[in-house]
Write a protein that binds this ligand. Sequence first.
Ligand code: SF4
Ligand code: SF4
Length: 483
Amino acid sequence: MKATNDKNKTDPSAAQKINWGDFRDHLSTADQQGNRMWLYPKKPKGRFYLARLYFSFVLIVVMFAGPFVKIQGNPLLMINIVERKFSVLGVIFWPQDNLIFAFGFLLFLTGIAVFTAAFGRLWCGWTCPQTVMMEMVFRRLEYFIEGDAYAQRALDKAPWSAKKLFKKLAKHTVFLGLSFVIGNTLLAYIIGIDALKLIITDPPDSHLAGLGAMCVFTLIFYGIFARFREQACTFICPYGRLQSTLLDENTIVVAYDYKRGERRGPLRRTQTPEQRQTGGAGDCVDCNQCVAVCPTGIDIRNGTQMECVNCTACIDACDNVMTKIGKPRGLIRFASLNGIERGELLRVTPRIIGYCVVLALLGLGLVTLLVTRKDLDTTLLRAPGGMFQTTPEGKINNLYLLKLTNKTHHDLPVELKLENLPGTLSVLGGGSLVPAEKQVESSVLVQLDPTLLPTANTPLVVGVYSNGRKIETLKTMFLGPRK
Ligand code: SF4
Ligand code: SF4
């Protein structure tokens, strides 16, 4: 069935009715000219929707409480890019922990690959913050203010009146307010709740950048949830694009059992189920309910599609229809292509085993790095452009830059000692006590007798001690006069 562009413009629900034969060449929410068609998904009802609602409630509580929860004085999660300071479960990580970040990131990517290869885009429909906030908060508020799909469509078609103006104003005010809360929560994850409190309580001109970020985040979230909506999943999200390379015929996805459902056709009142079956009809009564509830506007009966976020709304819609017509539930269900064709349950393929092995190795590597992570990170570098100096007493001086990062929750006393040569080492401008979770930079002056220097470039070994315990050995070069 082809729909004309004119029809799409006058009937915004057309996206949910169109079933172009070449559906894989078109976005379900765009007409043939590429214009967007607004979706009015029906409110889903059913066991999966209820489960998602409860699960989303827990996720939303965790998401908003996150910045307020502190472990040993540090945020549960903080990604402070500005100060290059990151907190995960209350443990502070620094840019020096780059290997841990690399392993963590690879582990995350491999975990996604394994999970997606086995269970499809379950993450998208059930845990992705975009879907959770869109479907369980913004969409529900829209249903509350404007009514279900039919009422929303009617309201949009209706001429402007006091009632329409009130509903639209109410909806967008609530959306903007919520976007402000979400934007501030994101900012709290980036800079920490204490810094956010200062932005809110201090005079505005002392935090112009922070206030700017607040406004930008609020407008971005408002734009996404009020207008952009499902397009974030179909156009923007890289994970959605990745799925075509990760899914195969053994992946469990939301799928239509075409063997049971076809040949689809409407249920006639005069027809008994036996007559219907004898006539070669399948269980699908072509009621379009699965399409009407889909938040991305697709028809799952066409097979797995890029737009499907595995939200399970179509499962609920179809289960309700099956219950009404006295057929078993599950015409649309979680299943793999092989599951539908051959009745196989989840099959562990060599590809999944391979992913799991990589995942286990990366996990082992990450655990090793975390366990062996040093309390104190030290770097000792020659002062840039610095040569040696000769003192009036004939001694040779070299200047170094020392950077100390205390990764623990308590202050650490630090002492540096020359290990391979007799001489003096002085830390200038502090550095003997490094405060908890802080970085300290100081200069180090090393003075040696020239008779100890066999060449112009002599290796120097410096021991780093804390509370009498050696925690690191640093190696550098000491410059002296040519021999
Ligand atoms: S096809 Fe079904 S599971 Fe996929 S997005 Fe649409 S309603 Fe959700
Ligand atoms: S809801 Fe079920 S019966 Fe109705 S069209 Fe979809 S698959 Fe067919």
